[in-house]
Every structure is written in C-alpha cells, then in structure tokens.
Design a protein around this ligand. Structure first.
Ligand code: KG4
Ligand code: ZN
Length: 349
C-alpha cells in the first residue's frame, strides 16, 4: 500500500503544505508573507496572523494539486520545532485538528532535520553517511547524517547564522528584508576581490559571523577606507550613502565571497576529519548562486559527490517536512495529540 502524507510547515514566515506519496513529492505549495518587508525582519505577531489567514487555502491547494483526497491520507505531519512559537502553534494546531477529525496518525518534524533531508527528495540521493552544511536565517550547522532518522550536529555557529550575516549586511546597505537574495543578485555584477573582509579563526568545525558583521559596519562608516573602529568615523552619512551607491555590486560580491569562503573552508575540514565524500547543502542560504557554484567547484577538486537541493527545497517549504515524515512513518514514529510545539529543541536523533 502506498504511504500518502500531508505535511505542514509554519515555523517562521512561510505558510507551506505538501503532499508526498512513498517519498515522492506530488505538491509543494508556499505562501510567502510580504508583510515583514518594510520592518527589516520578521514580526512574530504579524507572522502568526498571516499563517492563520493562509493555512486553509494553502493546505487546500496542496491537496488539490496532488490529486489526493483527505480520506486517502495515511498521516498528517507538521513542523514541531524550532521556530517562532506563535507561528508553530498555527501549523501544529491545524495538523492536530486534521489528524483528530480524520482519525489519522500525527508526525512531528524537526525543521532543521527536514532541511537536511530535502537532499533525499530527488532520485539522485547521497549515500549514507553524508555531511550536510545547513545554512539558514537562524542556523549554520555541519550535520553528520548516518540514516534518514539518525543525524548529529558536528559544527555550528557560536553567534550569528550565515543567513543573518547576509540579512544584516543588506540592512546596513539599506536593502529590504530578506537581504540574502538581493546580495546574491548584486554580487553577480561585482568584483569579489575588491574589498577584503577578515576570516575568523574559530576552533574545530564551528563558525562565527558576528566579527564579519562588525567589520562591514565599520567599513561603511569609514566609506570603504578601512574596516576598523575609529573614535570619529571618517565618513558623513552622505558620503557613506554615496560610497554604497557607487560600489554596491563590489561590496555585495566581496561580502558574499567571504561568507562563502568561511563556509567552504569548514566543510573541507569536516570532510577531511570524517573521510566522508558525499557532501550536501541545505537551508535558505543554499539558494545562493555563489555558494552553489563554490560547493560544486570545491567538490570537483576534492573528489566529492556534491548534492544541492532545487531552489524550492532550499528556503522554507513543506516538501522537506513531508519527506522527513515519510521516513518517520516507516519507523512508526508517531506523536499523540497532546504534543506541543517548541521554539527550541534538541537536534540529534
Ligand atoms: O531556511 P530559510 O528559508 O528560513 C530559516 O529557517 O531561517 O532561510 C532564510 C535565509 C534568510 O536569511 C535569507 O536571506 C537567506 O536564507 N537566503 C539567501 C538567499 N536566498 C535566501 N541568502 C543568500 N543568497 C540567497 N540567494
Ligand atoms: Zn528553515
């Protein structure tokens, strides 16, 4: 008998639903919330309200697109953690209500594990064990994945996430939220070697991005003449803006180049230490064209097999929740209706 699962994702600012049959994605519907753009970041209360408005039409569309009826579903899955609690509650409550009404089992999915398993959606899958660099707005992790239901974080950021480094840089440049895709776009026409930003020396497989953010702040306050702190910064607000306007593409390309080199150098280290040669990326920042290219090129040089999810499976989506839920279904890993969502949760499984 085929296994049909409806999955719901609502951990942050995308309301998403997906249907999969035996691990094959039949629909993947995402409603992005535009309401946050003008605030320079996600406003939790507005996100919860938008989820409430979106969830019924999004689930309805995902079911219609898949051609599956509600009665044909074998389980309902939802993102249980981590995320914004108000956002998670909407998806969790909706999934629980459906499971109760349809008398179907409920599957709780960890959002960050799901990002990793987005790499199991295509036919061309990595072999176990594989390494995954998960880079999103809230997380930067190197994950050692030994089976679809066993994985462990072996390196992570000690401060900001890679996505935050992109978004905060964009904010300093006066670009709207989320800034990552815009930096990617402007970087395409810029010189990545024009401006030098420091690479932090962090022990082991961990990352740090807060020093980079600070050096970009000082760099702009000095209108590009230096990226160190000055008692009196050299540029007026007007000079700073003028410098940004004239050099936007080169600034974006140079910052992106540094973020990518920080990421790739740690992945190289992890591959060397573990001897693993199947390397994946995941999370919103894996949509970055420079990172995708750098991973492929590094992989070719190092003799790795590299795996990069399709764009729609990089940023938040419910297909990744569905594929994770499919493997949990095979292990009868269900939860009861009294489960609560959680803003934080242990990762290792
Ligand atoms: O995984 P995701 O959709 O949500 C979280 O779970 O955080 O990741 C969102 C992050 C944001 O920081 C966004 O700026 C970044 O992914 N992002 C990108 C690109 N597309 C999305 N960063 C750089 N280049 C991109 N093309
Ligand atoms: Zn995410």
């Amino acid at each position: 008998m085929p296994v049909t699962i409806l999955a719901i994702e609502s951990s942050c600012d995308e309301t998403a639903a997906s249907v999969c049959v035996d691990g094959r994605i039949l629909s993947n519907y995402i409603a992005t919330q535009k309401v946050h753009e003008k605030y320079g970041g996600v406003v939790p209360e507005l996100a919860s309200r938008a989820h409430l408005q979106n969830i019924v039409p999004v689930v309805d569309l995902a079911l219609k697109e898949s051609g599956c009826s509600m009665q044909s579903l074998d389980a309902i899955a939802f993102t249980q953690a981590p995320g914004l609690i108000g956002s998670l509650l909407v998806g969790a409550q909706f999934a629980k209500s459906m499971a109760l009404a349809l008398d179907k089992p409920l599957i709780a999915v960890h959002h960050m594990q799901a990002h990793v398993l987005a790499n199991l959606i295509p036919d061309d899958k990595p072999d176990f064990p594989f390494l995954c660099l998960t880079v999103s707005g809230g997380h930067t992790q190197i994950v050692l994945c030994t089976s679809p239901t066993t994985m462990k974080v072996i390196g992570e950021t000690i401060d900001d996430a890679a996505g935050e480094a992109f978004d905060k840089t964009a904010k300093l440049l006066g670009l709207p939220y989320p800034g990552g895709p815009l930096i990617d776009k402007y970087a395409a026409n810029g010189n990545p070697n024009r401006f030098a930003f420091p690479e932090p020396q962090i022990a082991g497989l961990n990352f740090s991005f807060s020093g980079l953010k600070t050096s970009i702040l000082y760099f702009l306050q000095n209108a590009g003449s230096s990226n160190v702190f000055k008692e009196a910064f050299t540029a007026t607000a007007e000079e700073k803006q003028c410098f940004i306007d004239e050099n936007l593409a080169d600034i974006c390309a140079s910052v992106q180049h540094r973020i990518i080199s920080i990421l790739i150098n740690k992945v190289k280290k992890a591959a060397k230490e573990t001897g693993i040669k199947d390397i994946c990326i995941a999370g919103g920042v894996s949509a970055n064209s420079g990172l995708r290219k750098a991973l492929k090129e590094t992989g070719d040089k190092m003799g790795w097999r590299t795996f990069i999810p399709a764009f729609e499976y990089c940023t938040d989506n419910a297909a990744m929740i569905a594929i994770t839920a499919y493997y949990k279904f095979l292990q009868n890993d269900f939860v009861s209706l009294n489960i609560s969502p959680s803003p934080r949760a242990a990762f290792d499984m």
